[in-house]
Design a binder for this molecule. Sequence first.
Ligand SMILES: Cc1ncc(COP(=O)(O)O)c(C=O)c1O
Length: 460
Amino acid sequence: MPVPTAALDSSVCPPLPVLGQNVTVPLVTGGEVTYAALDYAASAPALQRVWDDVAAYAPYYGSVHRGAGYLSQLSTDLFENSRRTVAEFLGCRAEDQVVFTRSTTDSLNLLAAAIPADCQVFVYETEHHASLLPWRDAQVTYLNAPRTPAQAVETLERALAGRDPYGPALVCVTGASNVTGELWPVKELAAAAHAHGARIVLDAAQLAPHHPVDIAELDVDWVAFSGHKLYAPFGSGVLAGRADWLRAAEPYLAGGGASRKVARRADGGVDVDWHTTAARHEAGSPNVIGVYSIASACKALTEAGFEGLVAREQELVARVREGLAEVPEVQVLSLFGDDAPRVGVISFVVRGWNSSHFAAALSAEYGIGVRDGLFCAHPLVRTLLGSDPRDPGECGAPEGGPGERSLNAIRVSFGAGTPDEHIDRFLGAVSELVREGARWNYRTEDGRCVPDRGEAAQVR
Ligand SMILES: Cc1ncc(COP(=O)(O)O)c(C=O)c1O
């Protein structure tokens, strides 16, 4: 079996304790197995430390910015201290604002609503839909997929050189691809943007959980990320960065908390004096648990040390890539090539297999959770597959055979909590499925590939 068996050198930083490590799931072939969560890029398991911090705070829960009681004061302090922790985690500049949102999607939509009316936006077609789509009401230029990091910079420079040099402009780029895991040349792109008088927002949804993100060092204007990908699954996100556009914009939501003073006007209308701090875009009662959990995750990752976390994750990345490379039927998807630096997010197709079928078999027969599809980055995945936009066929039907293109892909992703065994099981399962086929029949039900029921369902 083409699976490397040497133990990993995880002495630098062992896996961090996460929830769900002992959860067992049923196998279609009978029995149970501990669940191997290899879909961190969608949502990572909660760090035990985050869970413990939230549990310790929960009895003291109270309203934020809205109460005279002791627990309300305590919760308000916790909320504002969390803002400081996140600012520190991101290396924010003194004048930056940290706005709490629901998610990266929410953060980028907030920024899109806050850009000046005449702002030109430049975004690569390779972006996740959360960073591709919010700008559609602006004057947006979609940049073609570059095939090297250097080409990404050239493409941007060419596009910016042709823009109205006097108007505001914004570049939106992801730090690490949610499809290939590849790192984008953020610092160089920021320099190019600034050289042309444009600003830049970094979608760090996939970068922040795997890598230190320093807003000042990268010299980006804003950073967006989500708690649930950073081991803090309580429904919060972050938009951090320059205050001026945020301060000048209409509040993202109108309501309590965003308004400093509200009064009826003589003509019957209402006058509002909006906050100019982050509160301007945080109307409504904030999600203090979600915010605190992000701060807790930031502290836990910082204390564990990114150096050790990155070192271990890079060993896992190498191990997965080497293991997959030994299965000739597997093609790993890549925009920037084999040598590109990347995080623990790897997408691939298997010749002769429908990707949904393959992912369903990994789950049902091995207890491994991965993702299949186009990963909310349809233009990128279609570029990588060279495929057309047809719907994937029925899940049993092979695709990607000789002369045929796959219509979607399989993604395996991992991080700070991933034990060696999950990687071993995954690589063993891939090679066994390719070599011997699925042990079960599958069918499409409500658009998902699921194990067939009935006596004839077992294949081997
Ligand atoms: C690169 C990237 N950006 C943005 C998002 C959106 O994140 P959320 O769903 O938390 O808003 C994702 C989610 O997968 C992502 O991978």
